[in-house]
Design a protein around this ligand. Structure first.
Ligand SMILES: Nc1ncnc2c1ncn2[C@@H]1O[C@H](COP(=O)(O)OP(=O)(O)O)[C@@H](O)[C@H]1O
Ligand SMILES: [Mg+2]
Length: 329
C-alpha cells in the first residue's frame, strides 16, 4: 500500500498539546492504549499510543485509516461513519504531549483521531438495568470508566445462557450486544446487517483492504444523515475503527482467500452462514444480498474483470472458516 501523505491537522495537535489537564484512558488493545480528554465533547480526540504488543504497526493503522477516508470522501452515500484522522506523530515529536499522560509514561508513536462519542447516561443505565449482574450494579454504575460506553453489535452470535449469574466481569466499554439482546431491545438487526454489509463491501472493493480485525461500534452519530433512532439507544450510527491489522487486498483469488479468512477470524460482528435456525439463515441471506448489491455498485458495470469477485468471495465464506489464519504480524 502506498503511504498517502495527508498534512496533519496542526490545529488539533496544537490544541491537544496546549491543554494541561490529564488525559484519561478510554481503551486498550494489542496495539496499545487509547486516551482522551474528559468531558470535552463533542470535539474530543482519541490518542492511540503504540505501547502494546510487538509486531503491531500504528503506522499501518494510520495509513489504512487515511486510505479509507480518502476513498470514503469520494463517494456520497455511506451509511457508516469513520473517525476523522488528525495526525500521526513519531516518538521524537511527541514531547509536547507527554505532560498529559500519567507519570512514568514514555514517549512513543501516536495516532491522533476523532473520538467516537460515548453513548449517553440513559443508554448506560438501560444496559446496566437489563444486563448487569445485580451484585455488580452499584459498582458498575459508580465506575467512571463505564462512561466510555461503546456497543459492539454481534450480529453473528446469540448468548447461550440468558441469565447473567455466572458473569463476574461486566464493563460498558466495548459492550458486546448479541443478536438476542438486540432483538430484546427492539433494535433493527436487518438495518444493522444492511449497513455493515455496505461497510464491508466499501472496504473490500473501494478501499481494497481485507478488513482484518476491524471493529464496529454503535455510538452517537456526528453526522445526522447517518443517524438511526431507536428508543433504547436514541440517535446512533454504525462506526468502524481499528485498522492496524488491515492489509491491502489483491483483486484476485489470493485477495479473496485473505478476505474470507479475515471475515471468519474477526469477532462475530457479521451475520454468519451455516446456522441452523430459520431466523439466522434469513439474516445471513439479507447480509449477503446487501453485500453483493453494494459490492456491485462500488465496482461499477464497466469493470468486468472485478464484477465476479464478490460472488466468489461469498462462496468461499459460505464454505466455512478456513484452517490457516492470516495472522496480524
Ligand atoms: N477513535 C476512538 N474513539 C473512541 N474510542 C476509541 C477510539 N479508538 C479506539 N477506541 C477504544 O479503544 C479500544 C482500543 O483501540 P483499538 O484501536 O481497537 O486498539 P488495538 O489496535 O490495540 O485493538 C477500542 O476497542 C475502543 O474501545
Ligand atoms: Mg482493537
Amino acid at each position: 500500500m502506498k503511504h498517502i501523505i495527508v498534512t496533519m491537522n496542526n490545529a488539533v495537535y496544537f490544541e491537544t498539546t496546549r491543554v494541561t489537564s490529564a488525559l484519561h484512558r478510554i481503551g486498550a488493545g494489542f496495539c496499545g492504549t487509547v486516551w482522551s480528554d474528559i468531558d470535552i465533547m463533542p470535539e474530543s480526540v482519541a490518542i492511540k499510543r503504540e505501547d502494546g504488543g510487538q509486531g503491531r504497526s500504528l503506522q499501518n493503522d494510520s495509513a489504512i485509516h487515511q486510505q479509507l477516508l480518502k476513498v470514503y470522501g469520494s463517494k456520497s452515500t455511506h451509511l457508516f461513519a469513520i473517525p476523522l484522522w488528525h495526525g500521526y506523530i513519531f516518538t521524537d515529536d511527541t514531547k509536547e504531549l507527554i505532560h498529559r499522560f500519567p507519570q512514568g509514561y514514555k514517549p512513543c508513536n501516536i495516532l491522533l483521531t476523532e473520538r467516537i462519542p460515548p453513548l449517553s447516561e440513559i443508554v448506560r443505565r438501560l444496559l446496566i438495568d437489563k444486563y448487569c449482574p445485580p451484585a455488580l450494579v452499584s459498582s458498575i454504575a459508580a465506575d467512571p470508566n463505564n462512561h466510555d460506553c461503546l456497543v459492539r453489535p454481534y450480529l453473528g452470535k446469540r448468548r447461550r445462557h440468558y441469565t447473567y449469574s455466572t458473569f463476574r466481569v461486566f464493563s460498558l466499554r466495548n459492550f458486546p450486544l448479541h443478536l438476542d439482546q438486540m432483538q430484546d431491545l427492539g433494535l433493527d438487526i436487518y438495518e444493522y446487517a444492511f449497513r455493515m454489509a455496505k461497510a464491508l463491501a466499501f472496504m473490500h472493493w473501494s478501499a481494497q483492504v481485507d478488513a482484518n480485525d476491524v471493529e464496529f461500534v454503535l455510538a452517537p452519530a456526528k453526522d445526522p444523515a447517518l443517524s438511526m433512532y431507536s428508543p433504547a439507544l436514541g440517535d446512533h450510527c454504525l462506526w468502524i475503527l481499528d485498522f492496524d491489522c488491515c492489509r491491502p487486498m489483491a483483486m484476485d483469488n489470493v485477495g479473496l482467500e485473505q478476505a474470507a479468512r479475515a471475515f471468519w477470524r474477526n469477532d462475530p460482528f457479521y451475520p454468519r452462514p451455516g446456522k441452523e435456525s430459520e431466523k439466522d439463515i434469513r439474516l445471513w441471506t439479507h447480509f449477503k444480498h446487501s453485500y453483493l448489491e453494494a459490492s456491485s455498485n462500488f465496482i461499477g458495470p464497466e469493470d468486468t474483470r472485478r464484477q465476479c469477485l464478490p460472488d466468489h468471495l461469498i462462496n468461499i465464506i459460505e464454505a466455512g472458516p478456513l484452517n490457516s489464519g492470516h495472522r496480524c504480524t
